[in-house]
Design a protein around this ligand. Structure first.
Ligand code: GUN
Ligand code: ZN
Length: 490
């Protein structure tokens, strides 16, 4: 049992939690954003990340410090916290990213772990191999085997109080990601980053991203804190959080700013293309795009980075509040409407409704039906599972209208759930708020509920009474169920 991570509340697989970082003597609230700090170029000072943006944790690269003539000695002498002027938790990466970019690095896992400990890192990383998407299965497997050796080596190095990560690789092979996660989870290491997903995110391949993350989550134990390595764009934080990712790191706020790009929760805009700043942050409230374009380069990049950070931290707070309020799916669904690629991601997320259902709370404050995708939420799936287990009389009326005396028992018929016993109709999620003008998916899902009830109770004589459901949906009702339209009356 790990005691560094505690989950306070779930929504789907998303969770609010706390990560205890003993070496820094701090507790970080999750989901958390770790701004990436380049030890050489600080677009925003780490002390400002803490004071202005509320960063409790950041990530920097120990390999860059190790190689630097200017930083190596001061880091060893004064420690990372003093070097960067940051009092929260500091996580360090190992040079794996440089390995994947340049093909070679000149440190071993043991050396870089010992160095990370020597400079006072709070969370260290071994030298994993970030295998890119779409390589051959052979390459993905053999590189992962090397990563696993290094994780196991990391377990045997004396790392004191420092937490150590066990990165999960496996390219775009879900079964390999799941196995990698299971093996990582069985070590005594502390945090589980899902690696080498940056190319998927850069190419907006959210379907593949969701498949990879969902697979890794299946292999991990429930108490494992999960980091999505290189997940820096606020447009996808909610999607990743709903899958159960707890830590994100953002270099995007600075990298994009240096390219005059402006982050929003709906995607990226170029400064040149903006006539107005669609944002409430202090920068956007006191500047306009024309004015920012006139600034000298460093000032412009600093201003854009401040906006990018404000949006990124704002989205993290929105996600925390959504989990607390039980409306994370509504947030993900809203984000999915901001960009077609994210809609693919959300649709793929719903392929794993059964996986998300396991930790989804039985009761939340409200369920808003916002689009056809809402019909595939885990709450609907759970109701259909429940229909298999309910006691059903020999004769039963299912109706969208008023109960009828002509029947011994009468249940409500509520899209997208289907049959609902009277005793449950005031209980979440059957209290869902629906638009008056429903889409076919809501009716079709209700019919799936009817079919489930029929399958589980073949002896029961069912009558369905509806207020004008579309033929396409009604076609799914088994032939031996009498189906009546309400204004034709019983
Ligand atoms: N940063 C982004 N992706 C990765 C990864 O796969 N491994 C490590 N160590 N750092 C990363
Ligand atoms: Zn702004």
């Amino acid at each position: 049992m790990r005691d560094t991570f505690e989950v306070r509340r779930y929504d789907g697989s998303g969770r609010l939690g706390t990560l205890r970082v003993p070496r820094a003597d701090v507790t970080v609230e999750t989901p958390a954003l770790l701004p990436v700090v380049n030890p050489h170029v600080q677009t925003i000072d780490p002390s400002q990340l803490e004071s202005t943006f509320g960063a409790e944790i950041l990530i920097t690269n120990s390999y860059i410090i190790h190689r630097s003539d200017d930083l190596y000695e001061p880091a060893l002498e004064h420690g990372l916290h003093e070097l960067l002027d940051f009092s929260g938790a500091i996580m360090t990466d190992s040079g794996s990213f440089q390995l994947s970019e340049y093909g070679d690095i000149d440190v071993t896992t043991t050396e870089i772990l010992e160095f990370q400990r020597a400079i006072g890192s709070d969370i260290a990383t071994p030298v994993d191999i970030p295998t890119p998407p779409d390589v051959s299965r052979e390459q993905a497997t053999s590189e992962w085997e090397t990563t696993l050796e290094r994780i196991e080596l990391a377990e045997s190095v004396d790392t004191g109080e420092m937490l150590v990560t066990a990165p999960i690789q496996g390219s775009t092979y879900p079964a390999l990601r799941e196995r990698a996660a299971r093996e990582a989870s069985e070590t005594a290491l502390d945090i589980f980053p899902i690696g080498a997903v940056v190319p998927l995110m850069n190419e907006y391949r959210f379907e593949a991203l969701v498949q990879v993350v969902a697979a890794a989550k299946r292999g991990l134990s429930e108490d494992a804190p999960v980091h999505l390595f290189g997940a820096g764009h606020p447009m996808m934080f909610a999607l990743a959080a709903a899958l159960g990712c707890d830590l994100f790191d953002s270099a995007a706020y600075a990298l994009y700013a240096r390219d005059d790009r402006y982050l929003t929760v709906q995607g990226t805009r170029h400064l040149e293309d903006l006539s107005y700043f669609p944002c409430e942050c202090p920068v956007c409230s006191t500047h306009d795009p024309q004015e920012v374009q006139q600034l000298d380069k460093d000032e412009r990049h600093r201003i854009l980075a401040e906006h990018n950070l404000a949006v990124s931290f704002g989205e993290i707070r929105r996600i925390r509040q959504a989990i607390r309020g039980g409306n994370l799916f509504e947030l993900v669904e809203t984000r999915a409407r901001g960009h077609p690629a994210l809609l693919d991601g959300y649709r793929t997320l719903l392929d794993y409704a059964d996986q998300l259902e396991r930790t989804d709370p039985v009761s939340k404050d409200s369920f808003f039906y916002l689009s056809a995708e809402s019909a595939r939420r885990p709450e609907v799936d759970r109701h259909h599972q429940r229909l298999r287990r309910l006691d059903v009389p020999d004769e039963l009326l299912l109706t969208t209208g008023e109960p009828s005396d002509a029947f011994e028992e009468c249940w409500r018929l509520i899209p997208p759930f289907g049959p609902v016993p009277r005793s449950l109709s005031d209980v979440y999620p059957l209290t869902a708020e629906l638009p008056d003008r429903l889409d076919d998916a809501a009716y079709e899902s209700a019919v799936t509920g009817i079919r489930t009830l029929v399958d589980a109770n073949p002896e029961t004589k069912l009558t369905v009474c509806h207020d004008g459901w579309p033929e396409r949906a009604l076609d799914g009702i088994p032939d031996d169920v009498e189906t009546v339209r309400i204004d034709e009356s019983l």
